[in-house]
Design a protein around this ligand. Structure first.
Ligand code: SAM
Length: 332
C-alpha cells in the first residue's frame, strides 16, 4: 500500500490561486464594512494554529466531532463496507478526526484508499507523513493532494466499481453563506456518481452564550488565528499591517445566523498593500470581518440535502446534539 503526495497548485494553477487570493482581498477591503473570507487564513501556519483551536476543550465543533466519530465509527463502516470504497476528504487539515474512522476501517480489514485534499501544502504533507508512520503495511493506501477542493476532486480517478465517500468536516461548510453552501453541495453532487456518499459536519444552532464561549477562548488562540491573517496579507501581498494595532473578537449574530469574527483597528491608520498598488484607511475601532461560521438547524440541513439531489442516509449526533455529521447518498 502506497503513501503519496502531489502538489496540484504549482505553475499556472499557483498563479491563478495567487490571482484569486489578491482579488478576494481587494474585494473584501473595498467593502463597507470591510470583510474578508475565512479561507484566506489557511496557509501552512494558519493550518497549524487551526489545529491548536481543535484541541481547545471549549471549542465544541471539534470536540463534538471527535466524539461523534468515536461513537458512530461502526455505523459509518456498516454504510460503506458492502462495496469497495474510497474516502476523499475536502479541506482535510490535520485529518485527526478522520484518523479515528481510518483506523477503524483498517481494524475491520477493509481495503480502501484515502485521498485528503487541502489548499495548505504543509498540512497535506504532514498528514501523509503521519499516516505513513502509523499505518504502513495496513489495508489503506493514501494519496494526499495539495489542491483546491474541486481541482483535487477532478484529479481523482473515477472507477465505477468503487464508491466514493466525500468528507467535508469541521463545520467548514459554515464558513460559507447559505447560497454559497447550496452551490457547493450542488457542485459536489455534479462531481460524483449515483450511490456515492458525502458526510458533512454541521455546527447546530444553540445557546448564543455557548457559541460566544467557543469562539473567545481565554488563552487567545482564536485571536492569534484571526490576526494571523494580517501576517498572510503582509507576506503574500507585501502589506504593512502591524498586528499590535489590531485586536479580535467573535460573536453570534442573529441576523446572519453565524458567529462572526472581527479584527478591530485600535487606532486610525493607513495600510498599504504593495501587490495591489493600494492603500486602505482604517478608522479607530473600525471592524474588519475575518470569519463567518453559520449555525444550522436540522431542517435547514435536510432542505440543503434534498434540494441538491441527495437522499439523507443518517444524522450522526454527539450526546448533546450540538453538532451533526450528516451522511447523504447521491441520487441521480
Ligand atoms: C475549518 S478547517 C477544517 C480542517 C479539518 N477538516 C477539521 O475538521 O479539523 C478548513 C480546512 O479547509 C482548507 N481549505 C479552505 N479552503 C479550501 C479550498 N478552497 N480548497 C481546499 N482546501 C481548503 C483549509 O486549509 C483548512 O485546512
Amino acid at each position: 500500500m502506497s503513501f503519496d503526495f502531489q502538489n496540484l497548485r504549482s505553475g499556472i494553477a499557483a498563479a491563478s490561486a495567487d490571482e484569486q487570493f489578491a482579488q478576494a482581498v481587494l474585494d473584501g477591503l473595498s467593502k463597507t464594512p470591510k470583510r474578508l473570507p475565512s479561507w484566506l487564513i489557511f496557509d501552512d501556519r494558519g493550518s497549524e494554529i487551526f489545529t491548536e483551536i481543535t484541541q481547545l476543550p471549549g471549542y465544541h465543533p471539534a470536540q463534538c466531532e471527535f466524539e461523534i466519530f468515536q461513537t458512530h465509527k461502526q455505523a459509518v463502516t456498516d454504510i460503506l463496507s458492502k462495496t469497495p470504497f474510497r474516502v476523499i476528504e475536502l479541506g482535510a487539515g490535520d485529518g485527526k478526526k478522520t484518523e479515528i474512522l481510518l483506523e477503524h476501517f483498517i481494524q475491520c480489514q477493509l481495503t480502501f484508499e484515502y485521498v485528503p485534499i487541502d489548499i495548505s501544502e504543509g498540512a497535506i504533507k504532514n498528514l501523509v507523513a503521519s499516516l505513513e508512520s502509523r499505518f504502513t503495511g495496513s489495508t489503506m493506501s493514501v494519496t494526499g493532494l495539495a489542491a483546491d477542493y474541486f481541482d483535487g476532486l477532478r484529479a481523482v480517478s473515477q472507477d465505477s466499481n468503487q464508491r466514493n465517500i466525500v468528507l467535508f468536516l469541521g463545520s467548514t461548510i459554515g464558513n460559507m453563506e447559505l447560497p454559497a453552501a447550496e452551490q457547493f453541495v450542488r457542485q459536489l453532487w455534479e462531481s460524483l456518481h449515483d450511490g456515492d456518499y458525502v458526510m458533512i459536519g454541521f455546527d447546530l444552532m444553540k445557546h448564543p452564550k455557548t457559541l460566544y464561549a467557543a469562539y473567545n477562548d481565554s488563552t487567545g488562540v482564536f485571536e492569534r488565528f484571526n490576526l494571523h491573517l494580517l501576517d498572510v496579507l503582509n507576506r503574500k501581498l507585501g502589506a504593512n499591517f502591524v498586528k499590535g494595532n489590531f485586536v479580535q473578537q467573535g460573536q453570534y449574530h442573529p441576523r446572519s445566523h453565524a458567529v462572526e469574527s472581527f479584527v478591530y483597528s485600535t487606532r486610525e491608520q493607513v495600510v498599504r498593500l504593495e501587490a495591489l498598488g493600494k492603500e486602505f484607511t482604517f478608522d479607530a475601532w473600525e471592524p474588519m470581518q475575518t470569519e463567518h461560521s453559520y449555525k444550522y438547524t436540522q431542517a435547514e440541513i435536510e432542505s440543503l440535502a434534498v434540494n441538491s439531489g441527495y437522499q439523507i442516509v443518517k444524522h450522526l449526533f454527539d450526546a448533546q446534539a450540538h453538532f451533526v455529521d450528516s451522511v447523504w447518498e447521491v441520487k441521480t
